[in-house]
Design a protein around this ligand. Sequence first.
Ligand code: MN
Length: 227
Amino acid sequence: MNEPFPVTAPSAAIADSDQRFPVRRIFCVGKNYADHAREMGGDPDREPPFFFSKPADAIVAGTAAIAMPPRTENLHHEIELVVAIGKGGRDITSDDAPAMVFGYAVGNDLTRRDLQADAKAGGRPWDMAKGFDRSAVLSPIRPVAAVGHPAAARIWLSVNGETRQDGDIADMIWPIADIIAELSTYVELMPGDLIYTGTPAGVGRIVRGDLVEGGIDGIGAIANRFT
Ligand code: MN
């Protein structure tokens, strides 16, 4: 039988497994670390974190070479803890949230910062600033059975060996369980959903040729060359 279109679905690697995690949607938290909210000109005491999203197709492996994206002169890195949802639901309580998690990974929420600034200034959507091709870097997902539910761990990113971001996931304004609970009041979470949980201070520019490495202790690591 001839298929009119190739049938493919975005997926992510699972650590120490041949199986793949089917990526359904990618949600992201904005300004979830006070020091990053301040460096972006915000006041974490007055503005709570918020959600935006990227297409599932934006997923790219944490070891891939990544071509510099078009339409930007200011591509930024944002190292983040990523939650992979294994069991869905709506109006999930913070107490019930850990049971919804399949595993955890390390992500880089790549951002066309110049387009984001234009969008903010014009009161326009962030989609083209945040949701472009290969904008969601992801390490293999480490299942909860192997890694538990991390509450504190170093999160870091370096460019060409120079440390740019160095924080701790314990400093998230909304902890993981509260993110899941809050997001599930907006949408019914489904297996395959990924949540990028925000980045600590130190975001900055990536240029062609850079090697961007990052990780979270006990969770995983990424290393992408930008070409
Ligand atoms: Mn981010």
